[in-house]
Write a protein that binds this ligand. Structure first.
Ligand code: WAQ
Ligand code: MG
Length: 258
């Protein structure tokens, strides 16, 4: 049996505006099924019908794949999106990120951080000391990719998430993305909530905090959302961006106790 892994990336847009995206890292024998699944997701999406769908499949050099453990997951229940954002802001400032930088980043996500108040396809990179945006293309942002659950962890994590009532690809994909981002010490923390109008849960994550879900980060029907990676200055930025985009990582460990 072949042990080769492949990066599969999907990006769908409509009139140039982001609709949906996904990334995975799978063995040869799974490529067809996963590619079909991502295509179907792109074609039928709550953000609307895409008029352009990209599927990119690239073989990855196995010896370059890094293995790591997933962040521990915890859920914070809140009764309104206003309280959810306030909790997120408190968690971010507890990392030493100035309140003004946190507030302007939340406002950017809420208002659409790409040109014309649209959602971005990737993440904003925000300098924690100046609050300035560092991503080379502020319309696109930086897309974190080439990461997945390792095949040997897949059943265990699936069973655990099912038991927690968190079945389905969304939580797993977000946990995997946040766990990859947290591997890089230059990233202080991450903030995220979905741009899907029917999905209201978001999170704050970091190596220090783990993956902290917050049940409401926006109002139902709101089409805005995105990701902010709070980074320590612009030094080494190109290397960080290259690793976020291309370093392949498989997650083979998980501490269910958090
Ligand atoms: N790299 C960088 N940014 C991304 C990526 C990526 N691979 N994927 C998505 N984004 C940005 C982009 O701006 C999207 O518009 C935004 O994030 C939201 O993406 O525990 O579903 O896929 O219950 O809609 C988090 C909570 C759900 C899950 C996040 O995000 C849970 C979600 P979506
Ligand atoms: Mg989305």
């Amino acid at each position: 049996m072949s042990a080769a892994f492949n990066s599969i990336r999907m990006h769908a847009s409509r009139a140039g505006i982001h609709v949906s995206g996904a990334e995975s890292l799978v063995k040869d024998q799974e490529v067809e099924a996963v590619a079909l699944e991502l295509f179907q997701r792109a074609f039928k999406h709550p953000r609307g019908r895409a008029d352009r769908i990209h599927l990119t499949i690239e073989q990855v050099v196995d010896s370059q794949i890094r293995s790591a453990s997933l962040l521990p997951l915890k859920t914070l229940q809140v009764d309104s999106w206003q309280n959810g954002r306030a909790k997120a802001a408190a968690l971010l400032t507890s990392h030493g990120i100035p309140s003004a930088v946190v507030e302007s980043s939340i406002a950017a996500l809420a208002g659409g951080a790409a040109a014309g108040g649209q959602v971005m396809r990737g993440a904003m990179l925000v300098d924690v000391s100046s609050g300035l945006r560092l991503e080379p293309d502020p319309n696109r942002g930086v897309r974190v990719s080439r990461m997945d659950i390792a095949p040997q962890l897949s059943d265990r994590i699936g069973t655990w998430l099912d038991a927690e009532g968190l079945s389905g690809p969304r939580v797993t994909e977000a946990l995997v993305l946040a766990s990859k981002v947290a591997l890089y010490p230059q990233v202080v923390a991450e903030l995220c909530w979905s741009d899907d109008p029917d999905y209201l849960t978001g999170y704050v994550a970091s190596a220090q905090l783990g993956y902290r879900r917050i049940t409401r980060m926006k109002a139902a029907g709101d089409m805005m959302g995105g990701r902010v990676l709070f980074v320590r200055g612009a030094q080494g930025l190109n290397t960080l961006i290259a690793k976020l985009q291309t370093e392949p990582v498989l997650f083979d460990g998980f501490d269910a106790e958090g």
